[in-house]
Design a protein. Structure first.
Length: 326
């Protein structure tokens, strides 16, 4: 089993964004020291949900401060990135890290980012497959050209090439189909439980997908008892989620999706490793057994305070990781 941390750079009320980013870099170093296998970094724009607008930039910083831990993006948003430019960045990180980098990509959402960066709603709605194929072509180092709906350019050869196979965030049948058709592993979100994850894995296989290195995101918080861990997360997490989720602003005036935050936090504590060390380990093992997924990225920033985050990482590394790796 391969266990990583999911670095959102979550900004709790009263925190300064620059400090949050510096703490996120320190978190990755602490995760390596605690024995985690990976650190996957999120990309968000214009919101406190996550204050890292460039996952590849933070990954580059982390590569320079670590020696062993894998670094990944969860995810770089293809609807607002040029796929060839993203392939160039990913290839650099692959080579500069000695092969420790994994590129995660996703379609994103219908948010204001599309307007600000000039890519538009149509590319979000129809352009993910075209962008993904260009990204894959660019990563091979072979000649790549475009004559599609959203990209048109003459043949170029991307330097340097990199033997990377991206991981694709999948939240719908269409994204599962795209990943399966291209043989790319899926990244599944922390908002769904084991049954839904297992169903997506089965759907992927039924569509002919052959990758087995799927990744599941979750929340992890360890305490002396499960009751204490659940109580702490239920008290802390809404302080970030309420203003954070409000930062998702649709580009076209459609109603913003609403979520009952206390109910959502309750769900997270029930389906993810939030509890005693024994409970956290048992939860991860249960998910692996029921879904076939053996790669996890865990949000560890749930308490908000950087000191508490580092304490959580160290306890997870010392008490939980040995139990799931027996």
């Amino acid at each position: 089993m391969r266990i990583g941390v999911f670095v959102l750079a979550a900004q709790f009320p009263g925190q300064e964004p620059g400090r949050v980013l510096a703490d996120a870099a320190e978190l990755i170093v602490a995760a390596e020291e605690a024995g985690f296998d990976d650190a996957w970094i999120a990309e968000h724009h214009f919101m406190s949900y996550g204050v890292c607008p460039s996952a590849t930039t933070l990954a580059a910083v982390a590569i320079g401060r670590t020696t062993r831990i894998g670094l990944g993006t969860a995810v770089s948003v293809l609807s607002t990135h040029h796929p060839v430019a993203l392939a160039e960045q990913a290839a650099m990180l692959h080579h500069l890290s000695g092969g420790r980098f994994t590129l995660g990509v996703g379609r994103g959402g219908p948010w204001v980012d599309l307007e600000v960066f000039g890519t538009g709603l149509a590319r979000y709605e129809r352009g993910f497959g075209e962008s993904l194929d260009l990204l894959l072509g660019a990563l091979t180092g072979g000649p790549v050209a475009a004559d599609g709906e959203f990209f048109r350019f003459g043949e170029v050869r991307v330097v340097p090439p990199a033997p990377l196979r991206p991981v694709v965030a999948c939240t719908s049948e269409s994204s599962v189909a795209l990943a399966a058709e291209r043989g790319l592993p899926m990244l599944l979100g922390m908002h769904i439980g084991d049954a839904d994850k297992a169903a997506l894995v089965a759907d992927y296989a039924a569509r002919g997908g052959r990758a087995r290195e799927h990744v599941a995101a979750g929340v992890a918080h360890v305490a002396d008892s499960t009751e204490q861990a659940v109580r702490e997360i239920k008290e802390s997490l809404p302080r970030w989620l309420e203003p954070g989720l409000a930062g998702y602003v649709p580009v076209d005036g459609r109603p913003r999706p609403s979520r009952d935050v206390p109910k959502y936090v309750d769900l997270l504590t029930r389906i993810h490793p939030v509890g005693s060390a024994e409970h956290c380990a048992a939860t991860l093992l249960r998910t692996a057994e029921s879904t076939g997924i053996e790669r996890f990225v865990l949000l560890v920033e749930g308490m908000g305070e950087h000191r508490r985050t580092l304490e959580n990482v160290r306890r997870l590394g010392a008490e939980v990781l040995p139990m799931v790796r027996r």
